[in-house]
Write a protein that binds this ligand. Sequence first.
Ligand code: ATP
Ligand code: MG
Length: 326
Amino acid sequence: MTHEIAVVPGDGIGQEVTPAAVEVLESLDIDFEFVEAEAGDAVKEATGEALPQETYDLAASADATLFGAAGETAADVILPLREAVDSFVNVRPAKAYPGIDAVRPETDLVFLRENTEGVYAGIEDRLTEDVATLTRVTTQSASRRLAEFACDYVEDSEHDGFTIAHKANVMRETDGLFRDTVAEVAEERGVETDEVLMDAFATHVCLDPAQFDVVVCPNLAGDVLSDLAAGLVGGLGLLPSANVGPDRALFEPVHGTAPDIAGDEVANPAAKIISAAMMLDYLGHEEESEAVQAAVETTLAEGPRTPDLGGDASTSDVTNAIIDRL
Ligand code: ATP
Ligand code: MG
């Protein structure tokens, strides 16, 4: 079976790290059909549109999308692209790698963040000069869909269960519904859960991240807490993410376009290549996914390294070293 993959490098170092990830995938014995499409600042400058309809349609029909980064136009590109894959969960691993400076080297977490509602539902009003309001939306159906995904995730990855992070003691209706629904689905499925208040989680994860494993959160909490965990593992540079929908998914590094180094061919391709490893797992190629992950890990530990990690290697030196180790 051939997997059709939309490749959307975007702007800045997206143009450098996305082809690197494609090269790694091409070195595997798997049938891919890569279809490249444009998005971001450059295409907006040329055509007036940051996300051409054909790029949207491609993401909405391909088996998976590999996205790089977009500059000023990021919101005009990534929000519709996530919608194109009907993404309801954002998967954000935060794992420290051997040999890389980290505040908490023992960190190895995965956040499963609700990706469609909560305070990001977009219902804001400016009532008077003095007053602005926001409506927070929590639905049983979205909470249930996330919980089903979380149960599948812990079963497939042989985790023991997951932690629900919420603030249901204050937001009794919205987070109450979220917590109750997620816990109920887990119980039906025989998956163990525990729960933690999101503010307490922020403290505990800094002091002792090893006590957490898979963390399921509402939208805003997941956004903030996964960035916090990124700090614990040494910044955004190495982190991948996935936006998963019912039939397709989009994979992107957490970092942006890095305009300060764009064009210098020294961007670290690790985050994008680990995102590609997540895509392999999503497409059912678990063995290859683990092999890519391991080759990246060894390369991070033993070199060559790009300047952001204290080395003087180029993007392609690192990419080739990863392919050689595969
Ligand atoms: P954007 O608005 O697109 O997010 P930014 O200026 O916030 O751009 P980021 O891409 O978020 O830049 O990166 C923040 C810092 O981390 C920059 O100094 C950048 O050079 C560095 N950085 C990010 N990703 C990488 C990478 N893959 N390799 C090397 N350095 C990186
Ligand atoms: Mg940024």
